[in-house]
Design a binder for this molecule. Sequence first.
Ligand code: F6R
Length: 240
Amino acid sequence: MDIFIGDERACDERGAQEFAKQISSKPASVLGLATGSTPEGIYERLVDKYKAGQVSFASVKTFNLDEYLGIPINHVSSYSYYMYDKLFNHVDIQKNNINLLCPCPNSIDKECMDFEAAIKACGGIDLQILGLGPNGHIGFNEPGTPFESTTHLVELTESTIEANSRFFESPDQMPRQAITMGIKTIMQAQRIILMAKGQKKAHIIKEALTGPVTTRVPASVLQLHPNVLVILDRQAAAML
Ligand code: F6R
């Protein structure tokens, strides 16, 4: 496991460089993407790099980690909206190469199975970016999720509802359920970047990277992956 520590700007630049490097070595790369506040700076830099002619998404395929359930797809707090707003609307990605979980599927089971099948049909994820929940979740795999899990329905924990209700107009609008790639799905990516920023993540970063590998801290499973880069700002790295 490699660890990069820097200020926020350096972290965003390092993350964006990793994506640009991946795409230039394989233009038809399959990228696993995350939402939330952590990767926003990476997407901003990737848009800059695209505008500067340094990277093209023309052949890239993407899969997003997760999506809330029970909100319209165009809801401003949906992960679909986030991805178009922060990245897809500003680069040359082809719409049919974008794979987002639906927040209002007819069948949740079918949605999960189709998503897994689509990842397999593309040959698997080359590079996956992950943020980290305050409870150690990756995607929306909350503490206790089996390491063998594939894409599935999740009941969000109080910790996640509290952490993410800031993205909704009022806390009661925050969905209580979501669909997420499973831990097994994430672990099958060729390369993973785990990124965390801010003092609020320092404790859980320490547990995830140096504590026991346990389903109580889902991100601790990354200790078992052969190709992980951890990108931390100084606050998130403070307890290492
Ligand atoms: C988002 C996701 C979540 C977030 C995590 C951290 O797609 O899968 O695991 O990465 O909740 O969120 P932020 O970055 O907002 O602190």
